[in-house]
Design a binder for this molecule. Structure first.
Ligand SMILES: C[S@@+](CC[C@H](N)C(=O)[O-])C[C@H]1O[C@@H](n2cnc3c(N)ncnc32)[C@H](O)[C@@H]1O
Length: 210
Protein backbone atom coordinates (compact mmCIF):
# COMPACT_ATOMS: atom_id res chain seq x y z
CA UNK A 1 0.00 0.00 0.00
CA UNK A 2 1.28 3.50 -0.91
CA UNK A 3 2.14 5.69 2.08
CA UNK A 4 0.31 8.98 2.47
CA UNK A 5 2.96 11.65 1.70
CA UNK A 6 1.02 14.23 3.75
CA UNK A 7 0.70 12.10 6.91
CA UNK A 8 3.28 14.19 8.81
CA UNK A 9 2.15 17.58 7.48
CA UNK A 10 -1.66 17.49 7.39
CA UNK A 11 -1.96 18.77 10.97
CA UNK A 12 0.30 21.77 10.35
CA UNK A 13 -0.38 22.42 6.65
CA UNK A 14 -2.75 25.33 7.24
CA UNK A 15 -0.49 26.94 9.83
CA UNK A 16 2.36 26.81 7.33
CA UNK A 17 0.59 27.91 4.16
CA UNK A 18 -2.93 29.25 4.75
CA UNK A 19 -2.12 32.92 5.31
CA UNK A 20 0.19 32.93 2.26
CA UNK A 21 -2.32 31.16 0.01
CA UNK A 22 -5.53 32.91 1.03
CA UNK A 23 -4.83 36.00 -1.10
CA UNK A 24 -4.48 33.82 -4.20
CA UNK A 25 -7.79 32.08 -3.47
CA UNK A 26 -9.55 35.44 -3.12
CA UNK A 27 -8.19 36.53 -6.50
CA UNK A 28 -9.76 33.36 -7.92
CA UNK A 29 -13.13 34.12 -6.31
CA UNK A 30 -13.07 37.62 -7.80
CA UNK A 31 -12.36 36.10 -11.24
CA UNK A 32 -15.38 33.82 -11.03
CA UNK A 33 -18.09 34.77 -8.53
CA UNK A 34 -20.10 31.67 -7.60
CA UNK A 35 -23.86 31.94 -7.33
CA UNK A 36 -26.32 30.05 -5.13
CA UNK A 37 -26.94 26.41 -6.07
CA UNK A 38 -23.87 25.96 -8.25
CA UNK A 39 -22.02 22.64 -8.10
CA UNK A 40 -18.37 23.26 -7.23
CA UNK A 41 -15.62 20.64 -7.09
CA UNK A 42 -12.16 21.10 -5.56
CA UNK A 43 -9.62 18.67 -7.09
CA UNK A 44 -6.86 17.96 -4.57
CA UNK A 45 -8.91 19.73 -1.90
CA UNK A 46 -6.36 19.01 0.86
CA UNK A 47 -7.49 20.38 4.23
CA UNK A 48 -10.62 22.00 2.76
CA UNK A 49 -9.55 25.60 3.35
CA UNK A 50 -10.27 26.55 -0.27
CA UNK A 51 -13.78 25.04 -0.22
CA UNK A 52 -14.43 26.81 3.09
CA UNK A 53 -14.21 30.16 1.28
CA UNK A 54 -17.02 29.04 -1.05
CA UNK A 55 -19.41 28.11 1.80
CA UNK A 56 -20.89 31.61 2.02
CA UNK A 57 -22.16 31.41 -1.59
CA UNK A 58 -24.56 28.57 -0.72
CA UNK A 59 -23.24 26.28 -3.42
CA UNK A 60 -23.11 22.46 -3.44
CA UNK A 61 -19.53 21.71 -2.50
CA UNK A 62 -17.48 18.64 -3.42
CA UNK A 63 -13.84 17.78 -2.82
CA UNK A 64 -11.62 14.88 -3.81
CA UNK A 65 -8.16 14.07 -2.50
CA UNK A 66 -5.72 11.18 -2.48
CA UNK A 67 -4.46 11.80 1.05
CA UNK A 68 -6.50 10.35 3.96
CA UNK A 69 -4.74 12.62 6.47
CA UNK A 70 -5.48 15.82 4.51
CA UNK A 71 -9.07 14.70 3.96
CA UNK A 72 -9.52 14.05 7.72
CA UNK A 73 -8.64 17.69 8.40
CA UNK A 74 -11.07 18.76 5.65
CA UNK A 75 -13.84 16.61 7.18
CA UNK A 76 -13.37 18.22 10.58
CA UNK A 77 -13.39 21.66 9.03
CA UNK A 78 -16.34 21.29 6.65
CA UNK A 79 -18.56 18.73 8.37
CA UNK A 80 -21.68 18.03 6.34
CA UNK A 81 -21.36 21.16 4.24
CA UNK A 82 -19.32 19.37 1.55
CA UNK A 83 -19.16 15.89 0.02
CA UNK A 84 -15.55 14.79 0.42
CA UNK A 85 -14.24 11.78 -1.47
CA UNK A 86 -11.01 9.90 -0.94
CA UNK A 87 -9.54 8.96 -4.31
CA UNK A 88 -7.34 9.70 -7.25
CA UNK A 89 -8.68 12.53 -9.39
CA UNK A 90 -7.63 10.62 -12.52
CA UNK A 91 -10.82 8.58 -12.02
CA UNK A 92 -13.50 10.60 -10.29
CA UNK A 93 -16.79 9.27 -8.94
CA UNK A 94 -18.90 12.04 -10.49
CA UNK A 95 -21.25 11.99 -13.44
CA UNK A 96 -20.51 13.78 -16.71
CA UNK A 97 -21.43 17.50 -16.99
CA UNK A 98 -22.06 17.93 -13.26
CA UNK A 99 -20.01 20.96 -12.22
CA UNK A 100 -20.36 24.67 -12.88
CA UNK A 101 -16.91 25.28 -11.47
CA UNK A 102 -13.90 23.05 -10.82
CA UNK A 103 -11.13 24.57 -8.73
CA UNK A 104 -7.69 23.13 -8.13
CA UNK A 105 -4.90 24.78 -6.21
CA UNK A 106 -1.27 23.62 -5.98
CA UNK A 107 -2.19 20.06 -6.93
CA UNK A 108 -1.33 19.68 -10.61
CA UNK A 109 2.37 20.46 -10.16
CA UNK A 110 2.86 17.50 -7.83
CA UNK A 111 1.26 14.91 -10.14
CA UNK A 112 3.23 12.86 -12.66
CA UNK A 113 2.81 14.11 -16.25
CA UNK A 114 0.55 11.14 -17.11
CA UNK A 115 -1.68 11.62 -14.06
CA UNK A 116 -1.86 15.38 -14.71
CA UNK A 117 -3.12 14.74 -18.21
CA UNK A 118 -5.65 12.12 -17.05
CA UNK A 119 -6.89 14.50 -14.34
CA UNK A 120 -7.43 17.27 -16.88
CA UNK A 121 -9.42 14.87 -19.06
CA UNK A 122 -11.52 13.92 -16.03
CA UNK A 123 -12.09 17.57 -15.18
CA UNK A 124 -13.29 18.17 -18.75
CA UNK A 125 -15.65 15.22 -18.45
CA UNK A 126 -17.31 16.41 -15.25
CA UNK A 127 -17.50 20.11 -16.24
CA UNK A 128 -20.75 21.40 -17.70
CA UNK A 129 -20.38 22.70 -21.25
CA UNK A 130 -20.57 26.29 -19.95
CA UNK A 131 -18.55 25.44 -16.80
CA UNK A 132 -15.27 27.01 -15.75
CA UNK A 133 -11.97 25.66 -14.45
CA UNK A 134 -10.04 27.78 -11.94
CA UNK A 135 -6.42 26.73 -11.54
CA UNK A 136 -3.94 28.21 -9.07
CA UNK A 137 -0.38 26.93 -9.27
CA UNK A 138 3.27 27.85 -9.69
CA UNK A 139 4.24 30.08 -12.59
CA UNK A 140 7.53 29.73 -14.47
CA UNK A 141 8.41 33.45 -14.37
CA UNK A 142 9.95 35.77 -15.42
CA UNK A 143 10.51 36.68 -11.77
CA UNK A 144 10.62 40.22 -10.41
CA UNK A 145 13.95 41.12 -8.79
CA UNK A 146 13.21 40.87 -5.10
CA UNK A 147 9.76 39.47 -4.32
CA UNK A 148 9.83 37.03 -7.22
CA UNK A 149 13.24 35.56 -6.49
CA UNK A 150 12.67 35.28 -2.72
CA UNK A 151 9.33 33.57 -3.34
CA UNK A 152 10.90 31.28 -6.00
CA UNK A 153 13.64 30.17 -3.55
CA UNK A 154 11.11 29.47 -0.76
CA UNK A 155 8.99 27.42 -3.19
CA UNK A 156 12.03 25.52 -4.51
CA UNK A 157 13.12 24.57 -0.98
CA UNK A 158 9.62 23.47 0.11
CA UNK A 159 9.25 21.35 -3.02
CA UNK A 160 12.66 19.81 -2.37
CA UNK A 161 11.59 18.98 1.20
CA UNK A 162 8.38 17.36 -0.06
CA UNK A 163 10.20 14.24 -1.28
CA UNK A 164 11.89 12.89 -4.40
CA UNK A 165 8.80 12.05 -6.47
CA UNK A 166 7.06 15.33 -5.60
CA UNK A 167 10.19 17.33 -6.48
CA UNK A 168 10.66 15.47 -9.78
CA UNK A 169 7.08 16.24 -10.81
CA UNK A 170 7.41 19.89 -9.76
CA UNK A 171 10.60 20.25 -11.86
CA UNK A 172 8.89 18.67 -14.87
CA UNK A 173 5.86 20.96 -14.44
CA UNK A 174 8.10 24.03 -14.37
CA UNK A 175 10.30 22.86 -17.24
CA UNK A 176 7.19 22.44 -19.42
CA UNK A 177 6.07 25.98 -18.47
CA UNK A 178 3.27 25.20 -16.01
CA UNK A 179 -0.43 25.63 -16.61
CA UNK A 180 -0.75 27.46 -19.94
CA UNK A 181 0.64 24.73 -22.27
CA UNK A 182 -1.23 22.09 -20.29
CA UNK A 183 -4.52 23.85 -20.95
CA UNK A 184 -3.92 24.22 -24.67
CA UNK A 185 -2.84 20.55 -24.96
CA UNK A 186 -6.27 19.70 -23.54
CA UNK A 187 -8.18 22.06 -25.86
CA UNK A 188 -8.95 24.46 -23.05
CA UNK A 189 -8.84 28.24 -23.40
CA UNK A 190 -7.68 30.79 -20.84
CA UNK A 191 -10.32 33.40 -20.19
CA UNK A 192 -8.63 35.39 -17.41
CA UNK A 193 -5.22 35.18 -15.80
CA UNK A 194 -3.32 36.93 -13.00
CA UNK A 195 0.39 36.47 -12.40
CA UNK A 196 1.18 37.17 -8.75
CA UNK A 197 3.89 37.12 -6.07
CA UNK A 198 6.55 38.54 -8.39
CA UNK A 199 5.86 36.01 -11.16
CA UNK A 200 5.80 32.84 -9.05
CA UNK A 201 2.06 32.08 -9.00
CA UNK A 202 -0.69 32.11 -11.57
CA UNK A 203 -4.44 32.22 -11.08
CA UNK A 204 -6.08 31.11 -14.28
CA UNK A 205 -9.73 30.81 -15.31
CA UNK A 206 -10.34 28.55 -18.30
CA UNK A 207 -13.12 26.86 -20.26
CA UNK A 208 -13.32 23.85 -22.53
CA UNK A 209 -13.38 24.61 -26.26
CA UNK A 210 -15.68 21.57 -26.88
C1 LIG B 1 -0.10 21.06 -1.96
S1 LIG B 1 -1.60 20.28 -1.50
C2 LIG B 1 -2.77 21.57 -1.82
C3 LIG B 1 -4.07 21.37 -1.11
C4 LIG B 1 -5.14 22.44 -1.37
N1 LIG B 1 -5.55 22.44 -2.77
C5 LIG B 1 -4.66 23.79 -0.95
O1 LIG B 1 -4.36 24.61 -1.81
O2 LIG B 1 -4.58 24.03 0.27
C6 LIG B 1 -1.87 19.17 -2.87
C7 LIG B 1 -3.01 18.21 -2.64
O3 LIG B 1 -3.28 17.51 -3.85
C8 LIG B 1 -3.57 16.18 -3.52
N2 LIG B 1 -3.34 15.33 -4.70
C9 LIG B 1 -2.18 15.11 -5.35
N3 LIG B 1 -2.35 14.27 -6.38
C10 LIG B 1 -3.67 13.94 -6.38
C11 LIG B 1 -4.47 13.08 -7.22
N4 LIG B 1 -3.94 12.41 -8.23
N5 LIG B 1 -5.78 12.99 -6.92
C12 LIG B 1 -6.33 13.66 -5.86
N6 LIG B 1 -5.62 14.47 -5.06
C13 LIG B 1 -4.30 14.61 -5.31
C14 LIG B 1 -2.63 15.87 -2.35
O4 LIG B 1 -3.03 14.73 -1.62
C15 LIG B 1 -2.71 17.18 -1.57
O5 LIG B 1 -3.72 17.17 -0.61
Amino acid sequence: MIKDPYRNYAGIYDRLFDSMNKGLKLVGIRMFRPTKGMNILDVGCGTGSHLELYQRYKCNLFGIDLSPSMLNVARERLGDSAQLDLGDANEMPYEDDKFDLVISMLSLHEMSPDTRSEVLNEIKRVLKSDGRLLLIDFHPGPYEPLQGWVSKIVIFLSELAAGREHFKNYRQFMATRGIAPLLSQHQMETEKQSILAGGTFTVCLAFDRK
